[in-house]
Write a protein that binds this ligand. Structure first.
Ligand code: BG6
Length: 433
């Protein structure tokens, strides 16, 4: 593992930082011997990303590792940097001939955000494709690494009972919520240019839509899965500028109490300009215009400083066509709702109508529940553990392909444009919490 950044840090200090971080963040105490072995293989190279000539140092270090191993090792470049450096680093790798290797795999993992709108994403794509083949590129969306997000596919495609009703004939609407109680912390520099729509909807939430609505893939091979997801995204008609006000809401938090703590107004967060028009809440109504989903509204909502953290996909079924026991006081009868909770209480719950014990036929909703915690009694790996391991193994199933990014931005772009054309009117607000 070779760390590269602008600062000069001795290898030893880099290893110490890694040791401390592992102690602090690892899910379990590491095996000291394994850890020592890993840390002894860490090195650090100080090089500013735009110093193209300096990349030769990285090449030399990797060659030395190959020589040590007696064979060419696969290489993964992980670009966890400010996004403006993605093209700079990619180009510099090419100029130094580090983007391919005759006898081993070379891959690039690219963090989000992949572009800030459709045009910039395409421009970045051009640079990336000028250097790497698509199969070498691993674009991170950490939601795909979450166990519960992968469970959407397991749940849909490993059970017979849901797929027959998973369509417009039985489903009334779908609500996908990504609520957070945290604010923006110290990330104003990034967040104020992003906002909720770019930060969470363009990537994480649209991925949840794709997984919820996709057709069953022929196999779980990376491109088969991504082929199906991209079809969903491409079937979502981007709104026209005139449609945007009817199908979206944006808002920004003001001071309040959130997560049990006093929270400042967004405009008072350190680093936020006072004339900011950035939204911290976004809600959208979309449709997937295809045979399976035509006419089913899909509601997405996400925001910072809401009442609590919860990410879930709620699938609301249609009401029963006829209720025979109406006269018997079945007041509580509600359509079935299936909730896939991504976090924090990972699981699946299905609401059913059940008879209240007693001599009369009274019905009320009850829940049938599956909870990860109690069913598996084990801790799920962190999303990043899974994704970094997949990138090292070369499995791109849980990474975003170029055409997915393109389709995502095609939906988001007109919303951004329409919102910003109304910036003069100000952004509506909500109280934190
Ligand atoms: C990140 C966003 O991609 O996702 C953050 O940049 C957000 O603003 C985070 O808080 C949410 O991730 P999670 O895993 O906590 O739901």
């Amino acid at each position: 593992l070779i760390g590269v950044s602008r600062r000069e840090i001795p290898d030893e200090e880099f290893r110490n930082q890694a040791r401390e971080a592992i102690a602090q963040y690892s899910r379990r105490a590491p095996d000291e011997q394994v850890l020592d072995g890993l840390l002894s293989r860490l090195q650090y190279i100080g090089n500013s990303f735009d110093d193209t000539a300096g990349y030769a140092k990285i090449g030399t270090a990797m060659d030395a590792l190959d020589a040590d191993a007696g064979q060419p090792l696969s290489r993964v470049y992980y670009l966890s940097t400010a996004p403006e450096y993605f093209p700079v680093i990619t180009e510099a790798l090419r100029e130094n001939g580090l983007h391919h290797n005759e006898s081993s795999e070379v891959r690039a993992v690219i963090e989000k955000p992949f572009g800030t709108d459709l045009a910039s994403a395409r421009k970045l794509q051009e640079v990336v494709h000028g250097v790497f083949r698509e199969r070498q590129v691993f674009r991170i969306d950490h939601y795909l690494g979450k166990e519960t997000v992968q469970n959407v596919m397991a749940f849909r495609f490993a059970n017979m009972m849901f797929e027959p009703i998973w369509n417009r004939n039985f489903i009334d609407h779908i609500q996908i919520t990504g609520a957070e109680d945290i604010g923006i912390g110290t990330r104003a520099g990034y967040y104020d240019h992003a906002g909720a729509l770019r930060d969470l909807v363009q990537n994480h939430m649209l991925q949840l839509v794709a997984l919820t609505c996709m057709e069953p893939p022929a196999s779980f091979e990376a491109n088969k899965v991504r082929d199906e997801k991209v079809k969903v995204l491409q079937a979502i008609p981007p709104p026209t500028l005139d449609e945007v006000p009817q199908m979206t809401v944006r808002a920004r938090y003001t001071a309040g109490v959130s997560g049990g703590q006093e929270a400042p107004s967004y405009l008072d967060e350190a680093g936020v300009p006072e004339d900011s028009n950035t939204e911290t809440f976004a809600a959208l109504r979309l449709e997937v215009d295809n045979w399976r989903w035509a006419g089913v509204p899909i509601f997405l909502r996400t925001g910072k400083r809401l009442a609590r953290k919860v990410t879930e996909i709620a699938v609301q079924l249609k009401p029963v066509p006829h209720l025979a026991f109406q006269s018997k006081g079945s007041v509580g009868v509600q359509p079935n709702q299936l909730i896939l909770t991504v976090q924090p209480n990972e699981g699946v719950s299905l609401s059913l109508g059940a008879k209240i014990p007693g001599s009369r036929m009274r019905i009320r909703p009850v829940n049938m529940e599956f909870l990860y915690g109690t069913s598996f009694m084990s801790q799920s790996p962190e999303a990043y553990e899974r994704l970094i391991l997949d990138a090292m193994r070369g499995d791109a199933t849980l990474f975003t392909r170029n055409d997915e990014v393109d389709a995502q931005w095609s939906i988001i772009d007109p919303i951004l444009q329409a919102w910003h054309s109304r910036d003069g009117a100000g952004v509506p607000t909500y109280e934190a919490g």
